[in-house]
Ligand binder design. Structure first.
Ligand code: NAP
Length: 332
């Protein structure tokens, strides 16, 4: 698989990584399968999808534990990205960016992941009660202590981001400028997909200008862009899509032209090529500093997604995707 670099330290990873969140978090719990997930991680590593993206809050904790089962056998094949800063409570999720907590959380992640170093340690969300420089300073200490290789920042989600300013990523850009004064940012993780292209406006150029890697989260639009979801089928109550404004039956139907466009492009590349692969190839075509992080718990889809790294979209393909209608349904 094509390799791409992250940050000035030039850490190399496969262009398509593996988002491990669906194995333990955000999607229906009833569909989680521990052993299949473990096989899925092995398959991804076999195919060169070396960047494994997790977080201590996925589960909470069980996603890191699951990865630990693989990493204890094949740490050298993987680039481990995990996150700190969000605590899952009974009813809500709270931020904690206190330096003492960050140090303890890192040690706990290392234990669960069964490794002695994390390749990329990301701040999941800044704590409004703690200056971000203090949190980032504690993370930088972890690099100096040899527990972490590089640091990343996750952008605010669509809801939090819009609240923070006029542009979706204004708040994140301000945070990035502040943390860069303390310790270099190696990567930024934020949503980027055919139906959520907002990061292209300011965040991607910011990263490109500084040699910072961009990790594209939700590149398959939470599964919608794969064309495998049926409008009106519904989601279990614990599935994030049950409350997502783009996943009502009405909005899923209204957004079908986007999937149809991806399918048209896929057909031009052969009968085996899927809309999911076109969606991933589009993400990768946005810059050499972009790594796609499709999430899955299935070997079959990890295989399909890894193959997207070899799909080259033509100028005509990109123009056609550029002409697709914008997505209907938003958090505003
Ligand atoms: N930093 C942050 O705040 C943040 C927020 C969200 C996500 N992320 C990261 O980004 C990663 C990706 O996001 P995501 O997983 O939410 O969304 P996604 O990658 O856009 O979509 C994942 C969904 O698509 C399905 N899928 C995957 N490949 C498929 C294929 N080839 N064909 C058909 N369906 C396919 C998966 O099904 P199965 O689950 O059944 O395999 C899953 O339901 C996460 O895993 C996480 O690492 C980060």
């Amino acid at each position: 698989m094509e390799r791409r670099t992250i940050g000035a330290g030039a850490l190399a990873v496969g262009a398509v990584g593996l988002g491990c969140m669906p194995m333990s978090w955000a999607y229906s719990t009833s569909r989680q399968r521990g052993d299949e997930s473990v096989r899925c991680v092995h398959r991804a590593l076999d195919l060169g999808s070396s960047l494994l993206d997790t977080a201590d809050m996925y589960g909470p904790f069980t996603n890191e534990l699951l990865l630990g089962r693989v990493l204890r056998e094949r740490r050298a094949d993987a680039f481990v990205s995990t996150k700190v800063g969000l605590l899952v409570g009974e009813q809500h999720i709270v931020a904690n960016g206190r330096p003492g907590y960050v140090r303890r959380a890192c040690d706990a992640s290392l234990r669960r992941l069964q490794t002695d170093v994390i390749d990329l340690y990301q701040l999941h969300r800044p704590d409004p009660e703690v200056p971000i420089e203090e949190t980032w300073g504690a993370m930088a200490e972890l690099v100096r202590a040899g527990k972490v290789r590089s640091l990343g920042l996750c952008a605010l989600g669509a809801r939090g981001g819009r609240r923070s300013g006029t542009g979706l990523h204004d708040g994140t850009l301000r945070q990035l400028q502040r943390v860069q004064q303390v310790f270099p940012v190696a990567a930024v993780e934020a949503e980027l997909s055919v139906w959520s292209p907002e990061a292209l406006r300011t965040l991607l150029p910011w990263c490109a200008a500084r040699g910072v890697g961009f990790l594209a989260a939700m590149p398959l639009g939470n599964g919608f862009l794969t064309g495998t979801l049926t409008p009106g089928e519904g989601f279990e109550p614990d599935d994030v899509r049950a409350r997502h404004p783009r996943f009502t039956a009405e909005m899923m139907a209204a957004n079908q032209p986007i999937v149809a466009g991806l399918r048209r492009v896929a057909r031009r590349h052969g009968p085996e090529v899927t809309p999911a692969q076109v969606a991933l190839a589009w993400v990768l075509s946005r810059g050499r500093h972009v790594i796609a992080l499709p999430g899955t718990k299935r070997e079959r889809w990890a295989t399909e997604n890894a193959a997207a790294a070899g799909l080259r979209l033509s100028a005509a393909d990109l123009a056609e995707i550029g002409r697709l209608p914008g997505a209907r349904g938003s958090w505003d």
